[in-house]
Design a protein around this ligand. Sequence first.
Ligand SMILES: [Zn+2]
Length: 265
Amino acid sequence: MQGWLKSDKTEKCPYCGKELHYLYMTVMGRNIAEHLEQCDCLGAVRERKKNLNARREEERREAEMRLKAKIDELYRRSKIGRRFIEKSFDNFQATPDNAAALQAARDYAERFELYAEKGLGLMFHFEGYGTGKTHLACAIANHLIREKQVGVIFGNTASLFSDLRELDDIAPMLEELKRVDLLIIDDLGKERPTEWVAEKTYEIINSRYENLKPIIVTTNMTTAEIANHLGKVGGATVSRISEMCRAVMVGGPDMRQKNGWGCRK
Ligand SMILES: [Zn+2]
């Protein structure tokens, strides 16, 4: 292995005026990779440092842009509405009644990999309306998308399945609901589903069960009520959910009403 050789070609250092040689290497009789030797005067060192910093800054900006594009794409696929993008654990209104639910949600988001590996999810049972269940479910989704770039689909049965019904070919979307890293079904059982929706719900949940893909469910109903609500496939659906999800009970006053943010549905 031959080292760098000094050529006769020179240039003066623009900082100290020292004569610097061009260096080259000979490989199979040809001079290659010619470059000017580095000066170690203060000015030249500073210049090199400045260039290095600029390059690092550029790389950092590019990495940031790639991350932002990835997060945008994850949001686009997630179906999370704009009004829910700002919901976080930090701006959740914690009360003695929902502190345990907040803790469970935060723990789940922060240690998602451990739970996801085993296909484990959560089922939030909320007493009454507006006790923040959509907020908590969104906070989990937002944390996973932003901090871990995990794929999430979020919606209630009405929104998820009305999208599905409008498609000529439902197979790709159905596949996405089965395959996405985390599926969050908000307000399960709120509306009595058609037989078709109930069957598709079961198909998705059963597929996720078989493939150890976690789900999170929020609901105002008991599991018995949900089973009844989903008709023929109700019992089987609830049985899968119960096996996959840790139940978290949440009680407490109606936050929406207390704050005057909207009406009871
Ligand atoms: Zn110099």
